[in-house]
Design a protein around this ligand. Sequence first.
Ligand SMILES: Nc1ncnc2c1ncn2[C@@H]1O[C@H](COP(=O)(O)OP(=O)(O)OP(=O)(O)O)[C@@H](O)[C@H]1O
Ligand SMILES: O[C@H]1[C@H](O)[C@@H](O)[C@H](O)[C@@H](O)[C@H]1O
Length: 408
Amino acid sequence: MPSHTSATPPPPPQRFPLRPAPWRLPAAMPLAAELDDALEEGENQQLLLLASKGGPALEGMVVGSYCHDVLIRGGRVVGETLGGAAAFVSNVLDAASPREEEEQEAAPFVVVSKVGHDFAYASAPAPARRPPLLCASPTTSFHAQFSEAAASAHAPDRELRRVRACDPIYPADLPDRRFAYGLAVGVAGEVLPETLERMIRLCCAVLVDAQALIRAFDGDGAVCHVSLEDTPYSRILPRVAFLKASSEEAPYVGVETARRRCCVIVTEGRDGCRLFWFEGEARVAPFPAIQVDPTGAGDSFLAGFAAGLLWGLSATDAALLGNFFGAAAVSQVGVPTFHPKMLQAVKEILEDKTTKRPSPCINGTTFTLERSNMHDELHAALREVAMLMSEQHQADPANCNGGDICLT
Ligand SMILES: Nc1ncnc2c1ncn2[C@@H]1O[C@H](COP(=O)(O)OP(=O)(O)OP(=O)(O)O)[C@@H](O)[C@H]1O
Ligand SMILES: O[C@H]1[C@H](O)[C@@H](O)[C@H](O)[C@@H](O)[C@H]1O
């Protein structure tokens, strides 16, 4: 079990800086009091119908805390960066979600995250756009110790140690209304089982990163894993749409059991990823990248995958967008900066290959899983962009990561 407690929550934290988040609500959506599941299901269908008829863009909720990452190589600190899956996920959702022309900067989703007064990145793009809740406890902080040896595609390439932990995120911290989709992306056990349950009640479809469920910490803070089956999260799994795990986490998830409850995606580093569902599976090819920092690859994958679903892609096709953003993440240190021309090229490809409207298929009961007949074309088109991007980074590596990192 992650080392958190679900005892009496502390007084509600404040949000900072105090500025309205760019949230948009379907005008007719009722506030989410704790209604019974049947009623909520009906409302979720309404929300999806609204979106598919050209109503307001689908609003999402990302739950997981921003953190501080300290990168260490050979005993020396080589970088300090903004971290936390919420930061990487926001970055990709803002870059790749389908949205209207007037929403150039921010896609419609909220982030529920907690940090302490020591938080060093309040003005970095992701936290500035979607401010975290401020707590008395310190910001969660990780030390990532990189091995000198070249990592294989599947072996862990770093040892992670949690050196400080912020408060957990309680159910009452979530906004009291409905969302089209939710992403549970904790890094330090902050997404409590009851918080995940409430997300599921508020969102039409919930995508979960296994790292939010199976991480535990030894006396020194070193990250280890527990079997998902032994956690209170396991009984919630049948109500989750997608569960993403890295190949290191997959044995603790128990893919053969989990795939009977939801669609499981196992990311395999530079080899791409595989999807497993009840009666099928698929392998999805990677994109070229020159890896400089693996941190956030899985987070960026999950967000790219969610964006692909929002574009109306099948799960196997959406995993291409996941692989694309996973590759983009490893090419830079910390939260990556995407070149506007690259994003424009990706958007044009998606507009060309998809139905242009956010799709209701993100609903766990109706989405399509199998690859479509334009899967290979989509891969080839995105591959060209990935190659260009990689060449650009080689030519001008300094032109990345505006302000979220401090390389020492
Ligand atoms: N070296 C690489 N080259 C190309 N793509 C990569 C590379 N590493 C990762 N990716 C992409 O990113 C995805 C996620 O990577 P990975 O499996 O390493 O996740 P992870 O271990 O959860 O990452 P992290 O914990 O560092 O965020 C992969 O499925 C792949 O698509
Ligand atoms: O910033 C990183 C990132 O979010 C990783 O996905 C997570 O594994 C680490 O714990 C965190 O420090």
